[in-house]
Design a protein around this ligand. Structure first.
Ligand SMILES: NC(=O)C1=CN([C@@H]2O[C@H](COP(=O)(O)OP(=O)(O)OC[C@H]3O[C@@H](n4cnc5c(N)ncnc54)[C@H](O)[C@@H]3O)[C@@H](O)[C@H]2O)C=CC1
Ligand SMILES: CC(C)CC(=O)C(=O)O
Ligand SMILES: [Mg+2]
Length: 358
């Protein structure tokens, strides 16, 4: 079968890791008899440089014309944090998620067998294993609320960001979490800050209604500060963790380190109708961009998620995941996952080794 893929390579290490992931797709295609038609879609800092704004007209339409989207990362210090949203690379990221209706960001954090030694947690915690799925709400909350900056009478300039959630937004992400839990460990932890925030109180009310409906799934509420601590103390207690946009952003970066590195964790952003968007959880890593140092595994595993969720190709997805594990089991390491004294390989070599295993 032929699949159309939109490629948003983006900025920093984005083009490097997407380049390796594309080659992996082609290898999988050759092995299993699929072909891929790639369309480059420019967005982010590179688009500011080329056409003067980070989210050029027609970006969403180009993506909608494809079966799935693969994104590297956007942003970097070159473009700063302009007061003009068109001049901020991150505006493009938020806009594409909103325009495609990608409200569910699935971020699996699993400790791969070869990485157990790299887990910074207590030995017995690592031995228990880590396999959790963070279900992050992606198109609401404080990242999409009204942003304001204004002069006050007595306190100088003040800035504010509004965090808002509707029942509908909470219910649809909650259902995704409970449905996923049914296919996994049958446990949902809903993370909020209901002891302080009104949006979290509504979040909790809706989650409790769903918990009654999905009575075969064990349910608990966890306050976000406690969740951050529990993730380090005993991550094995979690199966599906559902939470709002910003909490999920932060907790998933934390989860990445207990499983080895942010360079390992993939994600899938999905909605109800538009093509899914697949991306590593990391950013554009300007500190290592252009040096063949980035770990491409997170992006390559994002392709595996694309095959599984958008194309219903579990055999092909597993071939990628098995190849990644085989390469890691042999001890090959990019800099972010290498132990002191261990030999380090680059982005391209890691990609090549994974393709050879496939
Ligand atoms: N999806 C996206 O496009 C995202 C974009 N960003 C943007 O990326 C830019 C940089 O953000 P940071 O806060 O520095 O976060 P970052 O995730 O880009 O980097 C944080 C640290 O992790 C390392 N790292 C990240 N990915 C890696 C990989 N594949 N292999 C090895 N090491 C890796 C980096 O070298 C850096 O030390 C910012 O402009 C930010 O807004 C941040 C997160 C997501
Ligand atoms: C612009 C940010 C919301 C990007 C980010 O950190 C993420 O989605 O993980
Ligand atoms: Mg993030």
């Amino acid at each position: 079968m032929n699949y159309k893929i939109a490629l948003i390579r983006g900025d920093g290490i984005g083009p490097e890791v997407v380049g390796e992931a594309v080659k992996v797709m082609e290898t999988v295609g050759a092995k299993f008899g699929h072909s891929f038609e790639f369309t480059d879609v420019m967005m982010g800092g590179c688009a500011i440089d080329a056409v003067g704004k980070s989210y050029p007209d027609g970006t969403a339409e180009k993506c909608r014309a494809c079966d799935a989207v693969l994104l590297g990362a956007v942003g970097g210090p070159k473009w700063g944090h302009s007061s003009d949203p068109d001049q901020r690379p991150e505006t493009a990221l938020l806009s594409i998620r909103k325009d495609l209706g990608l409200y569910a960001n699935l971020r699996p954090a699993a400790l791969r067998p070869a990485m157990a030694g790299a887990c910074p947690l207590k030995k017995e915690t690592a031995e228990k294993g880590i396999d959790l799925m963070i279900v992050r709400e992606l198109t609401g909350g404080v990242y999409f609320g009204k942003r304001e900056r204004y002069e006050t009478a007595d306190r100088g300039i003040e800035a504010a960001d509004r965090m808002a959630y509707s029942e509908m937004e909470i219910e649809r992400i909650g259902r995704r979490a409970f449905e996923l839990a049914r296919m996994r460990g049958k446990k949902v932890a809903s993370v909020d800050k209901a002891n302080v925030l009104e949006s979290s109180r509504l979040w909790r009310e809706v989650m409790h209604r769903l918990a009654k409906e999905y009575s075969d799934v064990a349910y608990e509420d966890v306050l976000v500060d406690n969740a951050a601590m529990q993730l380090v103390r005993d991550p094995g207690q979690f199966d599906v963790v559902v939470t709002e946009n910003m909490f999920g952003d932060i907790l998933s970066d934390e989860a990445s380190m207990i499983t080895g590195s942010i360079g390992l964790l993939p994600s899938a952003s999905i909605g109800d109708t538009a093509p899914g968007l697949y991306e590593p959880i990391h950013g554009s890593a300007p500190d290592i961009a252009g040096q063949d140092k980035a770990n491409p595994v997170a992006t390559i595993l994002s392709v595996a998620m694309m095959f599984r969720y958008s194309f219903q190709l579990p055999r092909e997805a597993k071939a990628i995941e098995d190849a990644v594990d085989a390469v890691l089991n042999e001890g090959w390491r990019t800099a972010d996952i290498a132990a002191p004294g261990q030999q380090v390989i680059g982005t391209q070599r890691m990609g090549q080794l994974i393709r050879e295993k496939i």
